[in-house]
Write a protein that binds this ligand. Structure first.
Ligand SMILES: [Zn+2]
Length: 270
C-alpha cells in the first residue's frame, strides 16, 4: 500500500478503480451495488474532494468529502452504504478490499498522537507504522483477539443474544481474550462465565478480521460436557438450546458466526 499525492490523482489515476469512503459510509453503484467505481468518472459526477488517497494492489482507497445532498447522489446513479453491508457482496475480492480499506483508514485517522507523551506521531518506515520520535516508540495497527464458541449437544446448539442484537437474532457465544491467556483458555472461560457450562473437544473453525472496530475473531466448535444454563445478565439477555430443525433468526452472512452455525446445520442434515 502506498500514499498517493492527491494532486496527482486527476492526471495519473483517472482510469483506476477506486473505493470512496465518506464520513457517512461508502459510495456504491446504485444498479450493481458494487463499491468499486471508476475514479475519474465518479469524482466528476459526485463533485468530490479527495482528502487522502492510498493505492493497494492497483485499487485506490480514498477518504473524501461530497457537498452533494443525498437525493442528488441517488439521481446520479449512486448510493451510500455502511461498509459492513458490503461484507456479503458476492465478489470476495471486493469484500476483502473493503475490509482492508475500512480498517486501515480508521487506524490512520485515530492514531495521531503518542499514547505515552502526547506528541504528534510521524510516518514510520511503511504505512502500517507510526513513530513518536520523542519516546522512540513505534505504533502499529492493533486488533483485539476474541473467541467465538458454538457448543453442540447432540442435535442441539447453544445460542445466545445480547441486548444490542437485532430483535430475535441469536448467535454463538463470544468474548475477548484476556492478557496472558490462550484462545483455548479464553473459550473455556467465556463459556463458563457467560452461561455456566463446561465444554470439551474444542475444534478450530476459522478466523475473521472484523474492523467495526478492531476485532480479530477466532471461532471454535465445542461439545457440551455438563452444567445447566446460568446466564451472566451483564453480558447476555438470553441463552438457550436450539434443535437443528428449529433454529431462531441467525446473524448476517457477513459474520463468521453465521458460517459457523451453517456448518453445524450442514453436518446435522447429512
Ligand atoms: Zn511519545
Amino acid at each position: 500500500m502506498e500514499v498517493i499525492e492527491t494532486g496527482l490523482l486527476a492526471t495519473h489515476y483517472t482510469d483506476h478503480q477506486a473505493l470512496f469512503f465518506l464520513e457517512e459510509g461508502i459510495f456504491v453503484d446504485a444498479q450493481t451495488a458494487s463499491p468499486l467505481l471508476p475514479f475519474g468518472k465518479t469524482v466528476h459526477s459526485l463533485d468530490l474532494v479527495v482528502e487522502r488517497a492510498y493505492l493497494y494492489d492497483s485499487t485506490l482507497m480514498l477518504r473524501c468529502q461530497s457537498s452533494l445532498p443525498l437525493d442528488q447522489i441517488v439521481e446520479n446513479g449512486f448510493d451510500i452504504h455502511n461498509p459492513k453491508a458490503l461484507l456479503t457482496f458476492p465478489d470476495e475480492k471486493i469484500q476483502h478490499l473493503v475490509l482492508r480499506a475500512a480498517q486501515w483508514l480508521a487506524w490512520d485517522e485515530k492514531l495521531q498522537y503518542c499514547s505515552k507523551c502526547g506528541s504528534k506521531v510521524q510516518k514510520g518506515k511503511d504505512l502500517t507504522e507510526k513513530r513518536c520520535n520523542t519516546c522512540n516508540l513505534s505504533f502499529f495497527p492493533k486488533f483485539s483477539p476474541a473467541v467465538m464458541v458454538l457448543i453442540q449437544r447432540d442435535r442441539e446448539v447453544l445460542l445466545a443474544r445480547s441486548a444490542h442484537f437485532k430483535p430475535g437474532v441469536y448467535s454463538a457465544l463470544a468474548g475477548f481474550v484476556d492478557m496472558g491467556e490462550t484462545a483455548e483458555e479464553a473459550a473455556h472461560r467465556e463459556v463458563k462465565e457467560e452461561v455456566g457450562l463446561e465444554i470439551s473437544n474444542l475444534e478450530y473453525f476459522g478466523t475473521q478480521s472484523w474492523p467495526f472496530p478492531d476485532v480479530f475473531m477466532i471461532a471454535f466448535k465445542a461439545k457440551y460436557v455438563r452444567g445447566d444454563i446460568n446466564i451472566d445478565v451483564n453480558e447476555l439477555e438470553d441463552a438457550r438450546w436450539f434443535d437443528v430443525k428449529n433454529l431462531p433468526e441467525l446473524p448476517s452472512y457477513a459474520s463468521i458466526s453465521r458460517r459457523l452455525i451453517e456448518s453445524f446445520i450442514a453436518a446435522e442434515m447429512e
